[in-house]
Design a protein around this ligand. Structure first.
Ligand SMILES: Cc1cc2nc3c(=O)[nH]c(=O)nc-3n(C[C@H](O)[C@H](O)[C@H](O)COP(=O)(O)OP(=O)(O)OC[C@H]3O[C@@H](n4cnc5c(N)ncnc54)[C@H](O)[C@@H]3O)c2cc1C
Length: 497
């Protein structure tokens, strides 16, 4: 029997993973990527011997990676040289107090009791709750898809409200564990990875601090881009063909069928199946025809809640800053106002929380000897509909905040030692990766955008058009994008063969 052909639009993590699965099943798979290399927002660049991971810097949820590499017929440890990062994050609060989050429970006990007597036993209770949320969540929400409503709304899922606290607000839930607002912040800031503020996120997401403490935060030698290289290697081994600098201009549809794609150089390529990995709202807005049904869905998606964006600074520095840990977070006292300003006002907070990453602490080859490589990430609102935000001004204010914060921990001269700076604003995320509104994590994970309510991996009308990636099911994050790729591939195999 002639093998079916699949065109994958985009070589992001979801696209590469799906392509590898499909090729392993004997399909003829071609990935078309507009950029000159694979990875999507899990990108990298190098300058003067400094190496930068552009998007992700944290390998979290290692069990998911393990399962996904196993599903591709290999093992995570075979493909990636991993080291555990412990302490995971060094947190710094406005009053100068510090907390190093670590899996060393003795150290956690000492640190937490100094913040709030009795808080360590409450952390253990919180972790226990996070553990339940993690395991139920993986089984019932992440590691499966919802092809029809009854896959989600059924008797088997009736216990979810009791098992995962989806209707309980995460920040409010913290009052059951801690009084000190710094501790509440220390164990909820991870909601940002879901594109959410802890003041709106379900308590379900206590699964994130749990997995970080229990399963660890890891770092692959060579940086996060090694994950992309590993997946591409598996895909090529399975027979996938990649074409770079190949921008898809539109998906060619007819009736209820996708016939293939049209590239911006005028080429038409036909296929039995089209799988779009480019950001889902972008696909509906830009690659599908303007017929009433397609536009309706595009409009519906545009009205959904998007995650925030970030301003990122990539600095090559002419001396090492050994006092900078691998992952450092400054968490602002005005935690609630921070999120209001980002999510409601689509702006930069007056006193922003921010994150610094010094990869050379983990892998010295990320910077030339005697120098350093530093990444600073400042969360900001995504692009507004009218596009009137002054991104250059916001970027410059964000940079001042990073240097101001660094001075509070005794790093006073980093600005004087910059060899060069590359920076990204939401406009960069939009332009480079076609991320709608410059939203770095795509559609957020509020209750109305989870499970069956999240956009599905298949188009409602075009029977052979499928989707994978952060804005589809199960959602954002590298390991989740791998799951999304596997689920989309499985659905294609189930329905098209
Ligand atoms: C700043 C930042 C920090 C992050 N931190 C972490 C982290 O620490 N840990 C973690 O697990 N996750 C993190 N994430 C999230 C993670 O990077 C994403 O969830 C994941 O990479 C999404 O992959 P995807 O499959 O959706 O593909 P995408 O990355 O969206 O890739 C889609 C691809 O499609 C291509 N494309 C778009 N349009 C076209 C077209 N018309 N024709 C051809 N190709 C096209 C794009 O160029 C891109 O390569 C972070 C993301 C960002 C941006």
């Amino acid at each position: 029997m002639k093998s079916k052909s699949v065109l994958v639009i985009g070589a992001g993590i979801g696209g590469i993973a799906a392509a590898a699965h499909l090729a392993k099943q004997g399909m003829k798979v071609t990935v078309l990527e507009k950029n000159s290399r694979p990875g999507g927002r899990c990108d990298r660049f190098s300058r003067d011997g400094h190496h930068f991971d552009v998007g992700p810097t944290l390998l979290v949820m290692p069990l998911l990676y393990e399962a996904e590499f196993a599903a591709l017929g290999t093992s995570m440890h075979e493909m990636l040289e991993l080291q555990r990062v412990d302490p995971t994050y060094h947190l710094v609060f406005d009053n100068g107090s510090k907390l190093a989050l670590t899996s060393d429970m003795k150290s956690m006990q000492q640190q937490l009791e100094a913040f709030e007597p009795g808080s360590f036993s409450n952390l253990l209770r919180y972790i226990k709750e996070g553990k339940r949320h993690y395991h139920v969540g993986m089984e019932k929400m992440v590691n499966r898809d919802f092809r029809k409503a009854t896959d989600f709304f059924n008797l088997g899922n009736l216990s979810i409200p009791f098992q995962m606290k989806p209707f309980v607000n995460h920040y409010r839930n913290m009052s059951a564990y801690f009084d000190d607002p710094r501790l509440k912040a220390a164990f909820t800031f991870q909601d940002v990875y879901m594109g959410l503020s802890p003041f709106e996120a379900p308590a379900t997401f206590s699964m994130m601090p749990y997995t970080e403490l229990a399963h660890g935060v890891w770092y692959p030698q060579g940086g996060m881009y090694s994950i992309v290289e590993a997946l591409v290697q598996l895909a090529v081994r399975a027979g996938v063909e990649f074409e770079f600098e190949a921008t898809v201009e539109r998906i060619d549809v007819n009736g209820s069928q996708a016939r293939g794609v049209v590239l911006d150089d005028g080429r038409h390529i036909q296929a039995d199946v089209v799988l779009a990995n480019a950001d889902l709202p972008y696909v509906y807005n830009n690659l599908l025809p303007h017929d009433p049904k397609g536009r309706g869905e595009a409009r519906r998606l545009n009205r959904k809640r998007f995650s925030c964006s970030v301003v990122s600074f990539f600095w090559g520095v002419d001396k090492p800053y050994k006092e900078l840990p691998p992952h450092m977070l400054f968490l602002a006292d005005d935690y609630r106002d921070n999120f209001k300003s980002i999510i409601r006002d689509l702006d930069l907070p007056a006193n922003p929380s921010l994150y610094l990453h010094a990869p050379a602490r983990l892998d010295p080859s990320m910077a030339p000897e005697g120098q350093d490589t530093v990444i600073a990430i400042v969360p900001v609102g995504h692009m507004s509909a009218n596009g009137e935000q002054d991104w250059a001004g916001i970027r410059d204010r964000a940079r001042e905040h990073v240097f101001r914060r660094l001075k509070t921990v005794g790093i006073t001269d980093l600005e004087d030692h910059l060899k060069f700076e590359v920076n990204f604003t939401p406009l960069s995320w939009l332009k480079r990766y076609n991320l709608t509104k410059g939203s770095t994590h795509g559609l957020c994970h509020n209750l109305l955008q989870l499970g069956y309510l999240r956009p599905s991996n298949k188009h409602a009308r075009y029977h052979n058009l499928y989707f994978t990636g952060a804005s589809t099911h199960p959602g954002t994050g590298l390991p989740t994008a791998m799951v999304s790729g596997r689920l989309a591939a499985q659905r294609i195999m189930d329905e098209m063969i």
